[in-house]
Ligand binder design. Sequence first.
Ligand code: 3PG
Length: 236
Amino acid sequence: MTPGVPGLHIPYRPHGYDPIMSDPPKPLVDVIGTIGSARVLPAIVLEDADAAGPLADALVAGGLRCAEVTFRTAAAEAALAALSEDPRLLVGAGTVVRPEQVDRAVAAGARFIVSPGFNTTVVWQCQQAGVPVVPGVATATEIQAAGEEGLDVLKFFPAEPLGGLAMLTALAAPFPGVRFVPTGGISPANLRDYLAHRHVLAVGGTWMVAPRLVAAGAWDEITRLTAEAVALAAES
Ligand code: 3PG
């Protein structure tokens, strides 16, 4: 709280970004809207950037047009760069936990940033770069903190271990304007229930692009799982 001014809170923003005064470059497409239309966001963990091409073909054949490449492997940046060149896909970076990774991800072509948790320095770096960010939250405190930064689309992570839809419903109640992207334990078995929730924009997960499937070059199976997810999403 600002001393002597009850109720007035002026956030400390060391990077100089101010949501009212600053005018960062706007993305040319509605990135969050595109994810919300797709309703399913695959979280890709690539050990080998050469797999990016066939993986993109497999996802597109299954009917998906967006994907998140996680910054968990040495190949992540090269894979992101390869996938972001593909005009059929809207590609972002996931598992972004440090501000410098934001710059690397954007340089590699990321159109959006996803974090497992809420970290203001990562959020500020994204806002400075003019790239949409979807940070992870697991508590009401984190949702409030994200709201202070003007964010109303948040990853709910890890969704199932946190209590799934019951927890999401309870957390969403005081925040009617917030939309969530639940991730962590989402599968064909529970995808429809999540997507039917009015606070859920899209679901994320690794099940249709599991590292073992990618390592095995099981592109047909990835296409089948992707198409199944797209069909289930269309039912909800
Ligand atoms: C993520 O990166 O968001 C999670 O690791 C995905 O969780 P899942 O593997 O249970 O889908």
